[in-house]
Design a protein around this ligand. Structure first.
Ligand code: GLV
Length: 326
């Protein structure tokens, strides 16, 4: 029997590859680097399924080069790299991997927040440089976290998981989203809705958890940064373009913000000029979901979507668009 052809653009966990190989003719690139665009356009030509990652643009050009494509399964919860309306128009289903990375991403957000507030990376660098000469009352002083105000921007699954962890730090939690959550959820998480401008003014830590779209691009611009407390920290483990990164560098340099912790960048993998020189930022290479357990779950979920759609004739569990038939 003819096996559908699928393209897998990156190295993925072996278990996920095994699942795919048991149903498909897999064109497996098996590399940890981004697929060159020309190779992507060439390889997609005869494929019915695609398993891709968030650095790979699935746009009109790619769809035009893929006459047989039925499903795009992204190994991520975010899908701003996929032109979803263009997929829908072409009858291509798009799926993502929500849920399985929520708690892992929230954990990492806290790692960033705590590292920035308590200057963990600076301390590490200090030790490795052999500069530690013994305890000193005024050495590498950070900011308290407990009892402060956390402002969560974007209050979906991940934002709420971040807020839940704030309870353990006895924090006051504000949240902003285009839509308020049910009062029971607010009560359960001890979170209060605030308009964005109020949240920015009042929070000691502002943490971003919205999806990237036209509304959230540069949501944190120079004006938003200027409205934050000079003692505040900005945490971004969502998407880089939500922040005007050059404006952030300026604000940090000018001391208009005490610190930042970033897992994502406006032009990944590049960083804004000057960012990496600042001591008061913690920088991570898009690691928020990067635990062994979660990356395996994401891989299996992304693979299962292809199996469901192309081998079992089932609707995948996590579509991001609606197609009448795959
Ligand atoms: C990571 O950024 C994801 O969207 O899964």
């Amino acid at each position: 029997m003819r096996r559908p052809k699928v393209l897998v653009t990156r190295r993925i966990p072996e278990e996920a590859l095994r699942l795919l190989s048991s149903h498909f003719e897999v064109d497996y690139r098996g590399k940890d680097t981004a697929i060159p665009r020309s190779e992507f356009l060439r390889k997609i030509k005869d494929k019915e399924g695609l398993l891709c990652v968030l650095t790979e643009r699935v746009d009109q050009q790619l769809l035009d080069a893929a006459p047989k494509l039925k499903i795009v399964s992204t190994y991520s919860v975010g899908f701003d790299h996929i032109d979803v309306p263009a997929c829908t128009k072409k009858g291509v289903l798009a799926t993502n991997t929500p849920g399985v990375l929520t708690e892992t991403t929230a954990d990492f957000t806290w790692a960033l927040l705590l590292a920035a507030a308590r200057r963990v990376v600076e301390g590490d660098t200090y030790m490795r440089a052999g500069r530690y000469k013994g305890w000193d009352p005024l050495m590498i002083l950070g900011s308290d976290v407990h009892g402060k105000t956390l402002g969560v921007v974007g209050f979906g699954r991940i934002g709420q998981a971040v807020a839940r962890r704030a309870k353990g730090f006895a924090m006051n939690v504000l949240y902003y989203d285009v839509q308020r959550v049910f009062p029971e959820i607010e009560a359960d998480l001890g979170a209060r809705f605030a308009e964005l401008k109020d949240l920015l003014r009042q929070s000691d830590f502002v943490s971003l958890h919205a999806a990237l779209d036209a509304r959230t691009r540069h949501l944190i611009d120079a004006k938003a940064l200027a409205s934050m407390k000079p003692s505040a920290y900005l945490i971004n483990a969502a998407r880089g373009p939500m922040v005007d990164e050059a404006a952030l560098v300026k604000a940090l340099k000018a001391g208009r913000l005490r610190g930042a912790a970033l897992d994502v960048y406006e032009r990944e993998p590049k960083m804004a000029a000057g960012l990496a020189k600042l001591p008061n930022v913690v920088l991570a290479p898009h690691l928020a979901s990067a635990s062994l357990e979660t990356r395996l779950k994401m891989g299996m979920m992304a693979a299962q979507a292809l199996v469901d759609a192309l081998a079992l004739g089932k609707s995948p569990a996590h579509p991001v668009n609606k197609i009448s038939e795959v």
